[in-house]
Design a protein around this ligand. Structure first.
Ligand SMILES: [Zn+2]
Length: 110
């Protein structure tokens, strides 16, 4: 995959994380264990699939900068490793260059 494309994907994923963090923050106190609709954080620029999971679960995955939640099958094997498969979603971890870009584009790291 060329670097320009990788950078564009990392930017897209950074944006999706901001959207998902807003969803997470938008929950009422006490709703941490109720399902909410998060956006799939995959590399497909036109993906708008939703993932149903609890804010607590999202937060657990999100606390690792290289990890993203995606709809099962939306992982890109060339740059990502599936580390967990749950009901309705998969957790991926970015490798190498893609992992560095993911850390750099993490809204929490700036
Ligand atoms: Zn997707």
């Amino acid at each position: 995959m060329d670097e320009e494309l990788q950078r564009r994907i990392a930017e897209n994923e950074g944006l999706l994380r901001e959207v998902n963090e807003a969803i997470e923050r938008g929950q009422w106190p006490g709703e941490q264990d109720s399902d909410a609709a998060f956006r799939c954080e995959c590399a497909r620029l036109d993906c708008s699939r939703l993932i149903s999971m609890t804010p607590r679960e999202y937060e657990r995955i999100r606390s690792t900068p290289r990890r993203f939640v995606v709809v099962p099958g939306h992982e890109v094997d060339a740059v990502e490793t599936v580390v967990e498969v749950r009901h309705g979603y998969a957790v991926i971890e970015k490798r190498d260059k893609a992992g560095q870009l993911a850390e750099a584009s993490d809204p929490r790291s700036s």
